[in-house]
Design a protein around this ligand. Structure first.
Ligand code: I3P
Length: 126
């Protein structure tokens, strides 16, 4: 890193319910299906759970790993084109899958946008 360039280390966000829709996988478009999902931001990935209880249960089972996405190489950006909803954040993974995350409350989704971007940037810059 250049001297003076801020290296922002990833932040972890505790679980929160966000609306999630996967809109493509490996470049192939999927039918959009919004679902309320318990989302956790770990140091290097986003984790998705059905609800708060499922997070606790998954963590108790040694062989179980949650559904999630690796943020290395991912791009996170606001979109107004992929949905009629407000406050929509698009995340594109390095493998070409696209997810939308949305919350009616701007403050809530804005916090996730900033943290996800920060983690993705940190992981990509090494
Ligand atoms: C979709 C559903 C989604 C909508 C999507 C529709 O219809 O109404 O809520 O996305 O719009 O196709 P269906 O339930 O019949 O699949 P938004 O709420 O994000 O606008 P889209 O096709 O423009 O993505």
């Amino acid at each position: 890193h250049n001297v003076g360039e801020a290296v922002e280390t990833p932040v972890v966000l505790n679980g929160e319910y966000l609306n999630k829709a996967k809109i493509s996988e490996g470049g192939k478009k999927l039918r959009k299906n919004w679902t309320s999902t318990w989302v956790v931001l770990d140091t290097d990935k986003l984790l998705f759970y059905k609800d708060r209880k499922q997070e606790a249960l998954t963590n108790l089972k040694p062989g179980c790993s949650p559904d999630g996405m690796d943020l290395c190489g991912a791009v996170a950006e606001w979109t107004t084109e992929k949905s009629s909803r407000k406050n929509v954040l698009q995340i594109t993974t390095s493998s070409g899958s696209e997810f939308l995350l949305q919350a009616d409350n701007y403050h809530t989704i804005s916090k996730w946008h900033d943290a996800i971007k920060r983690t993705a940037d940190y992981l990509s810059k090494g």
